[in-house]
Design a protein around this ligand. Structure first.
Ligand code: AMP
Length: 427
């Protein structure tokens, strides 16, 4: 069924966006920066399909989580298979591991669109993008430190300064169940003072109440037992080692005993980066943690894992708010203006591009004035002008566009080297 909105509206669906240049340059460069950072730490790109069998996310991220229960885009394909557009990155990485069994430890990174049917608002979309890194097959606390360092380095490398890191521990199968029982008893006794949503959900998901932003829940949970006080010896030692490792790298997180992230798979370390420069409601930049039970939950042999995802659009908003990571000037070195029929332009751009320079030209035999306008708008360093006089003299007029300077004739065969020396700047 199509609504009046959809028919002939010629617009991207609600909550999605086209990203045109130069904004797309920032997007692409951000992914390239991330790739070079994590690849220097031994991570390899995993490309996996944008949709999976829906059960991967149901079982992986958790049936009762908002992302799965309320926001996942699910559909039956033409063969009746039950599929879902990827709503989060980690479950797919684990599914790919279980399918291919790469050698452990396996370090993988990804850049992917994610789909969640959320209420669109600034910084919250129905399609967003994340870069992420995951390590499977090692329980070492030093890896928790490594992935946190990578995320921190990525953000600081963009020039961001006004962000915070919160860290907590979810315990594990040894210590968490007893804590959850204790918390549930505590909250059920105070059910009447919880917010409407959590009054009815307190039995099934008491941990979520800790994360509730409503004043009623905040006040009620202020005196609740803390998981960090109930960690078993192994989890406490792991957490201490993570904090120690971060300290050694001069990363000072805020320990947060309420850090309940949106997925069920976390064990032990969880962390979240938030920007102080953007609107408080949508200020999370990214986060992650350890998920030592997830591989087994999806049907494999117990295999520990740790990783994170960072929201690209959100990071770009933080960059705007802090005035860092601006769009770069264009990649063009030369723009060819040819008013002699276009053959000179055709051959010159081929020569310039063949020589490794960025070159573009005007088409359709436009006027000198129109072509000069395009040259100015292109962001190129120089215009190369070919008129009848130049053609007769075997020259090209080189006019600097970005930096001040006089225009001058250049021999037709010296054009590539002349442009190269303008681009390189004064020696
Ligand atoms: P999550 O996968 O929910 O842990 O989110 C990781 C990061 O992705 C968040 O910190 C945000 O930066 C970003 N993110 C999550 N959901 C959205 C969304 N609907 N729109 C834009 N960015 C999002």
């Amino acid at each position: 069924m199509t609504s009046a909105d959809e028919q002939g509206a010629l617009r991207a669906p609600t909550g999605t966006h086209d990203v045109l240049w130069p904004a797309s340059w920032r997007f692409q460069t951000m992914v390239a920066n991330f790739a070079s950072l994590v690849e220097r730490a031994g991570y390899g790109l995993l490309q996996s399909p944008t949709f999976e069998y829906a059960w991967v996310f149901r079982r992986g991220a958790g049936e009762g989580t908002d992302v799965v229960a309320k926001e996942m885009y699910e559909f039956a394909d033409r063969d009746g298979r039950h599929l879902a557009l990827r709503p989060e990155g980690t479950a797919s990485v684990v599914r790919a591991y279980l399918q291919h069994h790469p050698a452990l430890p396996w370090k993988a990174w990804y850049a992917t669109p994610l789909f969640r049917h959320e209420r669109p608002q600034a910084g919250r979309y129905r399609q967003h993008h994340q870069v992420g890194a995951e390590v499977l097959g090692a329980a070492d606390a030093d890896l928790d430190v490594e992935v946190i360092w990578l995320a921190d380095r990525f953000l600081s490398g963009l020039g961001l300064e006004r962000y915070t890191l919160k860290i907590g521990s979810m315990g594990d199968g040894n210590c968490r169940p007893a804590y959850v029982d204790e918390l549930r008893r505590f909250l059920v006794e105070r059910r009447d003072s919880l917010c409407d949503e959590h009054r009815s959900r307190v039995e099934t998901s008491p941990l979520r109440v800790l994360d509730c932003k409503q004043p009623a829940c905040r006040a009620t949970t202020a005196g609740a037992p803390r998981l960090l006080d109930r960690l078993c010896e192994e989890c406490a030692a792991h957490f201490a080692r993570v904090l120690d490792g971060l300290g050694a790298l001069s990363i000072a997180p805020e320990v947060d005993d309420r850090l309940v992230r949106g997925f069920d798979y976390y064990t032990r370390t969880t962390f979240e980066f938030a920007s102080a420069a953007i609107d408080a409601a949508q200020n999370a930049l990214g986060g992650g943690g350890r998920y030592d039970d997830l591989v087994a939950t999806l049907g494999g042999d117990p295999t520990p894992g740790v990783g994170f995802g960072i929201g690209i659009e959100r990071v770009l908003l933080a960059c705007d708010a802090e005035g860092v990571f601006p769009a770069a000037p264009g990649a063009l070195d030369a723009f060819v203006v040819d008013v002699t029929g276009g053959e000179a332009a055709r051959d010159l751009v081929a020569e310039l591009r063949g020589g490794g320079l960025g070159a573009d030209r005007a088409y359709d035999g436009r006027s000198m004035k129109a072509q000069m306008k395009l040259a100015d708008r292109s962001g190129a360093a120089v215009a190369l002008i070919v008129g009848r006089e130049e053609l007769a003299a075997g020259t090209v007029t080189l006019r600097p566009l970005r930096a001040p300077g006089e225009q001058r004739p250049v021999g037709r065969h010296d054009v590539v080297s002349a442009v190269r020396s303008v681009v390189a700047g004064p020696s």
